[in-house]
Write a protein that binds this ligand. Structure first.
Ligand code: MET
Ligand SMILES: [Zn+2]
Length: 793
């Protein structure tokens, strides 16, 4: 290792990879479709990488001092680590070359599967909306040191004119194994982390090859230490210390920066302990998330000695302009207490935010000055470093600008709206409570007269090229609003007729007017703004464009009612009104950072409550409020779960509890891992809940029965995540599985989720089979009796 290991005064942990115009997304998809070959894809990726480096230099990072991270995954950074380690599950063993390395085609096979081989599973990356590919580790998994892509990147940049020195980024060994799941067939209770020693050997090899390629620093990301296991692992004498002693003790290596992020690493009651442990182990620089995590204690700072502290004071997760004054105070404090050497940095990679506020042309006038996307955040880190070095006068103008923007934001009309505040303040317990569930079920059945095992869908119908085309056409002005509305009415009428023809019991309008289930609400609520170019990577080549919740939220006028009542006017059967729930709206937007999330959630809830009241007034008898993100926002530490579940469940209840007993409230959740949240789901007090269940072959019904869940439940019997058509027999068998655990009166028959990503061809056949299966089961004598009883109650 070089004895000179100075670290830059400013850095970022990572930068959006997809490209300002989603160049990488397009290139990767074109490669999959056979439009370009591997060399073509590599050319686009290299060009983008060069432009990123140039842009970061323009923003103030140096090309020569390791301040620019090399985190250019083609699909996912965890998949990159899997490929670098050659740690493939047995079903993909043939994808590795003799030296354990994985080529480009094989890399994508891991991500997408082939033939009968299922791809690696996708899961949320910590509490973000980014999804990574889960490593599968078993007792026999082999680990090799094949970080060829990363070393090639480092080498290629070093060989450029004037030589760019990047800082390669890799998921650290402990986090890698914490994020893994046990490979199928592993012994009961097998913990992937038990393979740490073999993994470390491979990391030692990777460090050596990166040093040889010319890397002076390497960044190992260990955000896994913020979870429940972090406290024990990062305690003095624990696994973190042992592993990093080994890595730091190797001769051939670049200097090491270990990052955490997404909260306080290690024991939350001893902030900074994990950093001190890493320093003791011999790591040259440690990073702490000072936005979501706690400030390290003085004791921990003292223990850092000469180890540099990379201080994450610029929020990598949100889009608000930094309070430079406050950040500088934090940095000065850290530096002042113990003489710790401090770098100004982001709290996480900037992967979670869009590229550049400057690319937006249609934001409300007041908003751009309050915002900071990736490029602005790079500048913030650079400015803070300058201020820390040169004192406040050296950045006086920037401090003043940031301060002025913050003050303007705080008093802006719309950020605080008295009318909205008064409503949330004056809420009594009554606003959160409906009548008794049994009584509701009774009056709803009287009103709806549904058969036993009622069939329905989750809301959206296939969004065909025609639907997307019409939306694009009205946006670019080639058709008028009136023509577009007419098109939507035709589409809705077609979907309603189709469902009647199929014989579904509760119909939907199909959601053709919605570009996205959250953005559509953001566009119709006050307090939100949508971006044009604000794409962030969700997984692989998929990006989302979260809206920005900047002010107090309210609903100026009913907006779903016209579509829902039009659809209802076309049929005698009950039609469900479709809304997105408060927690999901928050989870999939950038939310304001100046008040507790629970307060914001209640404002959104009241806006939805107004919409439900208008739907009821229009004669709608069933309203579904989707909360697919309820479980997603669950805090990383179990100690924090209860507080979160309390405010999120209350927000849902506030949205729905204004509904009359005769109005049936449905909710939909897209997952079946109910375990830890089952009582929260019970707490939502929805009359009917649909969930994903087909893939796990309805395992969840046992849990529900064990819990004593007593309201309506629709475990999905049709997996909509693939074009595969489930047969009538197969669905019949699933319904019988459900019936073995739960009473027929409680069960609904529906798919796992909305149909918007499916094609009509498979959808129609699948739904026909679903209706036929429900009928077949209904005709079983015992159930026939129940139905008879229901009809006469
Ligand atoms: C991700 S959950 C989706 C629910 C929505 N109602 C739909 O059907 O598309
Ligand atoms: Zn869903």
């Amino acid at each position: 290792m070089s004895t000179e290991c100075t670290f830059p005064a400013a850095t970022i942990l990572g930068y959006p990879r997809i490209g300002p115009n989603r160049e990488l997304k397009r290139a990767v998809e074109s490669y999959w479709a056979g439009g370009i070959d591997e060399a073509g894809l590599q050319r686009v990726a290299d060009e983008l990488q060069d432009r990123t480096v140039a842009r970061l230099v323009e923003l103030g990072l140096s090309a020569a001092d390791s301040s620019i991270p090399a985190d250019f995954a083609l699909y996912d950074q965890v998949l990159d680590a899997t490929a670098a380690l050659g740690a493939l599950p047995a079903r993909f063993a043939d994808l590795a070359g003799d030296d354990g390395s994985v080529g480009t085609a094989e890399y994508f096979t891991l991500a997408r599967g082939d033939g009968d081989r299922a791809p690696l599973e996708l899961t949320k990356w910590f509490d973000s909306n980014y999804h990574y590919l889960v490593p599968e580790i078993g007792t026999a998994t082999t680990f090799s040191a094949g970080a060829h892509r990363l070393t090639a990147t480092v080498r290629r940049q070093r060989q450029r004119e004037r030589g760019v020195v990047l800082r390669p980024v890799l998921v650290g060994p402990i986090t890698y194994l914490l994020l893994a799941k046990a490979e199928e067939g592993s012994p009961e209770g097998f913990d992937p982390l038990s393979r740490i020693d073999d993994a470390v050997v491979a990391y030692v090899g990777i460090l050596a090859s990166l040093a040889e390629a010319g890397a002076e620093w390497v960044q190992l990301d260990e955000p896994g230490l913020v979870g429940d296991r972090g406290g024990e692992l990062a305690a003095p004498g624990g696994l973190v210390e042992r592993v990093y002693r080994q890595l730091a003790g190797t001769a051939e290596r670049p200097a090491l920066l270990v990052t955490t992020g997404y909260g306080t690493a290690g024991n939350p009651a001893k902030p900074g302990e994990a950093l001190a442990v890493l320093a003791t182990a011999g790591v040259e620089a440690v990073h702490a998330d000072l936005v979501k995590g706690a400030k390290p204690s003085t004791e921990a700072l003292q223990a850092l000695g000469t180890t540099r502290l990379v201080a994450g004071v610029v929020d990598g997760r949100n889009v608000w302009r930094n309070n430079l004054q406050a950040s500088l105070e934090v940095l000065e404090h850290l530096q002042g207490v113990t003489g710790t050497v401090v770098t100004a940095a982001t709290s996480t990679s900037l992967l979670h935010v869009p590229h550049d506020v400057q690319a937006e042309t249609a934001l409300p006038e007041h908003l751009p000055a309050w915002l900071s996307f990736a490029d602005q955040k790079v500048r913030e880190a650079v400015v803070l470093a300058r201020g820390l070095d040169g004192g406040r006068p050296s950045i006086a103008a920037q401090l003043q600008d940031a301060d002025a923007a913050l003050r303007q934001r705080a008093r802006f009309d719309g950020v605080v709206v008295d009318r909205v505040r008064n409503r949330t303040r004056d809420l009594t317990e009554e606003a959160f409570t409906r009548g008794p569930a049994e009584r509701r079920a009774e009056v709803q059945q009287q009103r709806l007269g549904l058969p036993v095992l009622p069939t329905t869908t989750i809301g959206s119908f296939p969004q065909t090229g025609e639907v997307r085309g019409a939306r694009a056409a009205v946006r670019n002005g080639s058709i008028s609003q009136a023509e577009y509305d007419q098109f939507l009415r035709q589409e809705i009428a077609r979907v309603v007729r189709l469902q009647e023809g199929l014989g579904l019991d509760v119909l939907v309008h199909g959601e053709p007017e919605r570009n996205d289930m959250v953005q559509y609400f953001a566009e119709n609520f006050d307090g939100f703004a949508a971006t044009e170019q604000g794409w962030v990577q969700s997984y692989g080549s998929r990006c989302t464009r979260p809206s920005i919740l900047w002010g107090d939220v309210s609903r100026p006028q009913a907006f779903t009612v016209p579509w829902i009542s039009f659809a209802q006017s076309l049929t005698e059967r009950p039609l469900k009104g479709m809304l997105t729930g408060p927690v999901t709206i928050l989870a999939w937007s950038f939310v304001r950072d100046d008040q507790p999330l629970g307060n914001t959630a209640n404002q959104v809830a009241l806006a939805l409550r107004d919409e439900i009241a208008d739907l009821e007034a229009a004669g709608v008898a069933i309203v579904q409020v989707d909360e697919p993100a309820l479980r997603e926002l669950l805090p990383l530490r179990s100690a924090d779960h209860q507080a979160y579940l309390t405010w999120s469940v209350r927000a849902f209840r506030l949205a729905t509890a204004g509904a009359a007993d005769q109005t049936q409230i449905h909710t939909h959740l897209c997952y079946s891992e109910f375990g830890e949240v089952i009582s929260a789901i019970d707490g939502l007090d929805a009359d009917v809940t649909s969930i994903e269940a087909a893939r796990s072959r309805l395992e969840v019904v046992e849990d529900l029965a064990g819990f004593g869940y007593s309201r309506g439940i629709g475990p999905g019997v049709y997996d909509i995540h693939s074009p595969r058509v489930p047969s009538e027999q197969e669905i019949t068998a699933l319904i019988r599985t459900a019936l073995a655990a739960l009473p027929a009166q409680q069960l609904w028959i529906n798919p796992d989720c909305g149909l918007k990503t499916r094609g009509y061809e498979e959808t129609v056949v699948s739904l026909r089979n679903l209706v036929a299966a429900a009928r077949t089961v209904r005709e079983g004598t015992d159930i026939g009796e129940i139905e008879h009883a229901l009809a006469h109650s």
